[in-house]
Design a protein. Structure first.
Length: 152
């Protein structure tokens, strides 16, 4: 049973962290924030880029879990398909409403997403290396999302 994370998923997942790190960097550096706002717009810096990109990633992860659900049948399939759409639905309602604490909700969402990863892993629906990858990536995402709290 190989638990080594293949290079392609690892490198692509690490590259996918760039918007999270960019958001944290622009929160940490007012000059970088000003530059980013001027050249990229307010939606691509600070917490706004993190919120926007989190919505994309949570929806993407719903699709990944949906794909894992295809390995099941009957009641197990119905449960897994239902669980797989929860991250996308949750983030849709989050970004469609106006709570002031969106980052906190997203942090909780990513924590719950890793629970779903664990469930799907325990059901033997994921590659053997999946939880290792998801744990590392989720930890880094949470670190980036916590930047506004660390820096204030």
């Amino acid at each position: 049973m190989n638990k080594s994370i293949p290079n392609a998923p690892l490198l692509l997942s690490l590259a996918g962290l760039a918007p999270f790190f960019w958001g944290a960097l622009t929160l940490a550096n007012t000059n970088l924030m000003a530059w980013g706002q001027m050249w990229l717009g307010t939606g691509l810096v600070g917490t706004q880029v993190q919120i926007n990109y989190s919505a994309v990633i949570m929806s993407f992860m719903s699709g990944v879990l949906w794909g894992f659900s295809t390995k099941t049948t009957q009641l197990k399939a119905a449960i897994c398909y239902t669980l797989s759409v929860l991250p996308a639905l949750a983030v849709f309602f989050l970004v469609s409403t106006n709570p002031e604490n969106k980052i906190e909700f997203l942090m909780v969402g990513f924590c719950l997403l890793i629970v779903l990863d664990l469930i799907f892993s325990k059901l033997d629906l994921t590659p053997t290396w999946w939880l290792r990858l998801r744990t590392v990536i989720t930890s880094l995402v949470l670190l980036c999302l916590s930047a506004q709290f660390i820096l204030s």
